[in-house]
Design a protein. Structure first.
Length: 367
């Protein structure tokens, strides 16, 4: 499988997934009881005013006509106009999306920094107390609802200990940094405003930890499973027989090969963080896409809800499956993955037919 064949499959998958999301979201949003025109006009508005608003929004037309108009505008890069605010949906996404992306990236970084070492230690000390502790922590993280955990950390760190802020993205008495990327931490660094940077960092800790704890267990379990599989391979026994140090074998031989199947889970985790931030942002009053789409759902703002679904599904397809994500990062070559799979089928070390690199998949990790 070549790079271009993977890219072609990714494009077809992107089109099919986004099309399916558009159809399902459109049907579900119009099955919700309620009248957006009545909500927009108010309870005391006359029927004539409500009907006039309905005609202006195009809600008086048949559903297939409304869907055709939406798809036509979507192909031209127009996600429609928000019923609630009257602004283009794309403009509102540009305002709220950076906050969600900053939260998701920080949560993913925390999950990787904590989950990968825990998975390695759990695999190395299998069936010992540390392994049992990591597995309990992983199951707890996977089974704990994000909103319940968010409320718990707010009560603990904001209510009782009073060491971290309980919500928002920045204190009210501070002005946001100059908009460059939309990430408050990065924009504050570019502006050289240390006060805003540390204040934004304090507000980011609790929601990022909440999201990270939920996905930390997934990362740790996947790394543990992949590491156990690699540590039982023949090339690991060959490396041990060669007298190499144990830490060197784990970090330079087993870990890089274990990361190949784990990248798929990492891509899934990033997609989960984008739509999983909805409840977390609502709990922490984080001004991102999650809180924005919850308000839009309550107002029956169909274009805003569908715009959110399209953007999240688009981002989800781009990072999945993980093999394509790794290709774009330049870390894993398709030829190397095929050689490893062929070596497993033939029960011989990778690249044995070339008489080189017989202990590793590739040399990008610098060992």
């Amino acid at each position: 499988m070549t790079f271009w064949s993977i890219l072609r499959q990714r494009c077809w998958g992107l089109v099919l997934v986004v099309a399916g999301v558009c159809v399902i979201t459109f049907i579900i949003s119009h099955l919700i009881p309620g009248d957006p025109a009545r909500l927009l006009a108010g309870d005391r508005a006359s029927d004539a005013i409500v009907e006039n608003i309905r005609q202006q929004l195009g809600l008086d037309q048949p559903l297939y006509v409304q869907f055709y108009r939406y798809v036509s505008d979507l192909f031209h890069g127009d996600l429609g106009t928000s019923i609630r605010t009257g602004r283009p949906v794309l403009e509102e996404l540009r305002i709220f999306f950076p906050a969600t992306l900053e939260l998701a990236f920080c949560a993913l970084l925390l999950a990787l920094l904590i989950g990968i070492p825990l998975g390695i230690l759990s695999a190395v000390w299998r069936n010992r107390w540390l392994d049992h502790l990591v597995r309990i922590m992983a199951i707890t993280g996977i089974s704990t609802p994000a909103f319940w955990l968010g409320l718990g950390v707010i009560v603990l760190f904001y209510g009782h200990l009073q060491i971290l802020p309980g919500g928002g993205r920045l204190d009210d008495w501070l002005d946001p940094p100059t908009h460059v990327t939309g990430f408050y931490l990065l924009d504050a660094l570019l502006e050289g405003n240390g006060e805003v940077f540390f204040n934004a960092l304090q507000h980011l800790i609790l929601p990022a930890l909440t999201l990270a704890f939920v996905h930390l267990g997934i990362v740790a379990r996947q790394i543990r499973s992949a590491m156990l599989e690699q540590l039982s391979e023949d090339y690991i026994r060959t490396a041990r027989a060669s007298g190499l140090p144990g830490w060197y074998i784990v970090l330079c031989y087993a870990l890089p090969n274990a990361l190949i199947p784990s990248i798929t889970v990492l891509g899934l985790a990033l997609g989960d963080l984008l739509y999983g931030a909805v409840l977390t942002e609502t709990v922490f009053a984080w001004p991102g896409m999650g809180a924005w789409v919850v308000t839009s759902i309550q107002a029956l703002d169909f274009p805003a809800v569908m715009g959110f679904a399209v953007v999240v599904s688009f981002a989800y397809v781009l990072v999945n499956p993980g093999g394509g994500f790794a290709l774009f990062c330049g870390l894993i070559r398709v030829s190397d993955v095929e050689v490893v799979n062929d070596a497993k089928r033939r029960k011989r070390p990778p690249y044995a037919h070339k008489n080189k690199r017989d202990l590793t998949v590739q040399n990008w990790y610098g060992c």
